[in-house]
Design a protein around this ligand. Structure first.
Ligand SMILES: [Zn+2]
Ligand SMILES: [Zn+2]
Length: 258
């Protein structure tokens, strides 16, 4: 069964049918879904969902676009829940220079703060990088000592050369809808050269809906389309890619197998 390692079930667009979507996970061959927080509120909703639904796990964190919301109070809350059985990671954290109005220096400081938090709580990190690849790599390399529990560059959109540097840090790469897009070169040019034991399946729902549902609201069940494309790229069967990526997800997010 499939694992969606990155979804935002807390999104408003699911408020009328979330129950239904989660109830259908099994029929849609979905084993587990990680709800990824991007601020205090979405992180709290994620924790509530883990209590309500067996198949839902949570990641807690403040997205770079919300960097100014990372207060001492938020950090204290995160520390108080980090040891919960179903809180599997800190994220999404990182740098976003594309649409963010938050100052770069603040984004960098909050990114490092949360790398420290994850290390202290023995959790892996889920990293979001947009238009900030060089700065993000510098931070990761300078704080390698905080990456003892590893992490993933989610929705990977960087080059192969960049990926090679990231591999030296022992991190993973998450792929979602964009690898299925007709105009995407990522799949052929980068994905197929990555070690198969370092890739994860994700959707980033409700965003980035895979082909042929592009334009519709994304849902964790469409992670099947991401897995299918990965299988094509690596020349293995869909069931093999599911087995491999599940093992990868469980290696990174240790609490998924507890
Ligand atoms: Zn993201
Ligand atoms: Zn996301």
């Amino acid at each position: 069964m499939l694992i969606d390692t990155h979804a935002h079930l807390s999104d408003d667009r699911y408020k009328d049918n979330l129950e239904e979507i989660i109830a259908e996970f099994k029929t849609n061959n979905l084993e587990k879904v990680i709800n990824v927080g991007y601020d205090l509120f979405s992180s709290k909703i994620g924790i509530e969902l883990t209590q309500k639904y067996d198949s839902v796990y949570a990641s807690i964190g403040v997205h770079p676009s919300n960097a100014s919301e990372y207060t001492l109070e938020v950090e204290t809350f995160f520390k108080s829940v980090a040891n919960s059985k179903k809180v599997v990671a800190v994220g999404e954290i990182g740098l976003d220079y594309y649409r963010s109005t938050e100052e770069k220096y603040l984004q960098k400081a909050v990114f490092i703060k949360q790398l420290e938090l994850a290390n202290e709580c023995n959790l892996p990190v889920i990293i979001h990088i947009r238009d900030a690849y060089a700065d993000a790599l510098t931070i990761l390399q300078e704080h390698k000592h905080l990456l003892n529990n590893s992490g993933v560059l989610h929705c990977y959109g960087g080059s192969l050369e960049y990926a090679k540097e990231v591999l030296k840090l022992g991190l993973y790469f998450g792929f979602d809808g964009p690898i299925t897009f007709k105009n995407s070169n990522t799949a052929e040019k980068v994905l197929k050269h990555l070690p198969i034991d370092r890739i994860l399946t994700e959707t980033d729902s409700p965003y980035l809906t895979p082909h042929p549902y592009r334009g519709k609201l994304n849902e964790p069940k469409y992670v099947a389309l991401v897995a299918k494309k990965m299988a094509e790229v690596f020349g293995v069967s869909v069931s093999e890619i599911i087995e491999i990526t599940n093992k990868n997800a469980k290696n990174l997010f240790k609490k998924l197998s507890e």
